[in-house]
Design a protein around this ligand. Sequence first.
Ligand code: DQA
Length: 146
Amino acid sequence: KTILVLNGPNLNLLGQRQPETYGRETLADVERICRAACAEGYAIELQQSNHEGQIIDWIHAARETTCGIVINPAAFTHTSVAILDALNTYDPPVIEVHISQVHKREAFRHHSYVSHRADGVIAGLGTEGYAAAVRRICQLGWTRPA
Ligand code: DQA
């Protein structure tokens, strides 16, 4: 059982990028945190892209092979109907994560297209949000219909 942890643009620079907002941990740390959070029998596949189409392709590929997606769409959160549409083709649980508390930041960060599909939304818990999202997907225990 595989959980896909998807990360959008600029998150390759996590740890270096605006550390006062996003902290000092890197994406490699996020991967470690997700592996530590997942229940026995689950595997983590972590991906990051700065390209919207690549994220959509990964969502499509995950349709038949994964039991949940944790997604931090980064700036695409606020712009991408295409990522929302891709997630609407995906049956297992989807949890949206934001490292920062987007609702106390600029108004343009308050709306999320992805939230129209997400089964859970986490914001402002730092990288701990990824761990909570992974734990939630394990707890939901989604299984593919026969
Ligand atoms: C983010 C919040 C977004 O508004 C921003 O564009 C990001 C990261 C977060 O994790 O807090 O790149 O998704």
